[in-house]
Design a protein around this ligand. Structure first.
Ligand code: XMP
Length: 304
């Protein structure tokens, strides 16, 4: 366990010494980048320019929540949904999607960074990110992408030696809101990896709404390590008296320690039925809801 009382002043002091100009950070709303932004803000104040890119692949209400939480900072919000959807057009392979999102992210970030002419880049890389990326399990786009394409005086990684639980501990000590400190993991490529096949606006909307319902029903009551909904295909159903061809939504809720292995939660039947009923009635394009009971391994937590 990291000694937060010591870690915070030390990290702030280190950033202060390392950064003598203007710095940027890609703020995603996850606990890692949020902690880094808050540490850096305490160190260099308005010389920090956090950049938040709304990829259009975010969860419902996420951008507004983030704008509110970080309103005390020099936050730059970039709305770039069209660029991301254009990059994802026709892409069906999961790793290709990650690449498309990652590369577009870098380009949008670069464009914004150029406008700000910052000399320093702060990154929220944590210890397990490095291990998993080196292992080649999945390409996590928050590692290794930005530095190679941009010319910074220095890249500062204030939490590179911390584990996730230590980052959360620091987040609490920094008095970040609970929704950040205890935020469940959300993949960098966002809802794109919760849509099987091509990402379209229509699928994206169904996925976003279904994710919101699943979180509302499960987060507080069952405290899953991670829970979400994915659009996994199309199937036949009956809406009113008419046969309809609509989306199949899969609900996933898992317990885990570190995301390396996971177990599906044994949810009560009435809860699952209620989720099904809400999803199919509130999202007219969905005809079928399934619950994924597969542990990791052999499945991964995300569908893609
Ligand atoms: P899997 O699906 O590999 O997921 O069992 C393990 C954890 O990692 C998250 N995940 C990602 N995070 N970029 C990320 O930043 C990604 O490409 C990515 N893919 C999966 C996933 O949500 C889970 O918490």
């Amino acid at each position: 366990m990291v000694k937060t009382e010591k870690f915070i002043p030390k990290a702030v002091e280190k950033i202060k010494n390392e950064i003598d100009g203007r710095a940027i950070i890609a703020l995603s709303g996850g606990v890692d980048s949020s902690v880094c932004a808050e540490l850096a803000y305490r160190a260099i104040g308005d010389r920090l320019h956090p950049i938040y890119i709304d990829t259009g692949l975010m969860r419902k209400g996420e951008t507004d929540r983030l704008k509110h939480i970080f309103s005390h900072m020099n936050l730059h919000v970039v709305y770039a949904k069209d660029r991301f959807l254009a990059a994802l057009k026709g892409v069906t392979d999961p790793e290709e999607k990650r690449k498309a999102v990652g590369e577009t992210f870098i380009r949008v970030f670069e464009d914004e960074a150029k406008k700000l002419s910052a000399e320093y880049l702060i990154q929220g890389t944590i210890y397990p990110d490095r291990i998993e990326s080196e292992g080649g399990i999945k390409s996590h786009h928050n590692v290794g992408g930005l530095p190679s394409v941009m010319d910074f005086k220095k890249i500062v990684e204030p939490i590179e030696d911390l584990y996730k639980d230590e980052v959360r501990e620091v987040a609490w000590a920094l008095q970040l809101p609970e929704e950040i400190c205890e935020r469940m993991p959300f993949p960098g490529p966002g809802l794109a990896v919760r849509i099987l096949g091509e990402v379209t606006e229509e699928k994206l909307e169904a996925t976003r709404e279904a994710n919101a319902i699943v979180e509302e029903e499960l987060l507080d009551r069952f405290c899953p390590w991670q829970t979400y909904a994915a659009v996994i295909g199309k199937g036949t159903g009956v809406k009113g008296d008419i046969r309809a061809y609509g989306w199949i939504v899969a609900v996933r809720a898992v317990g885990s320690r570190d995301g390396m292995t996971a177990e599906a939660l044994e949810l009560p039947w009435d809860v699952l039925r209620h989720i099904q009923s809400r999803i199919t009635s509130e999202i007219p394009s969905v005809v079928r809801v399934v619950y994924d009971i597969t542990p990791k391994p052999p499945a991964t937590i995300e569908f893609e």
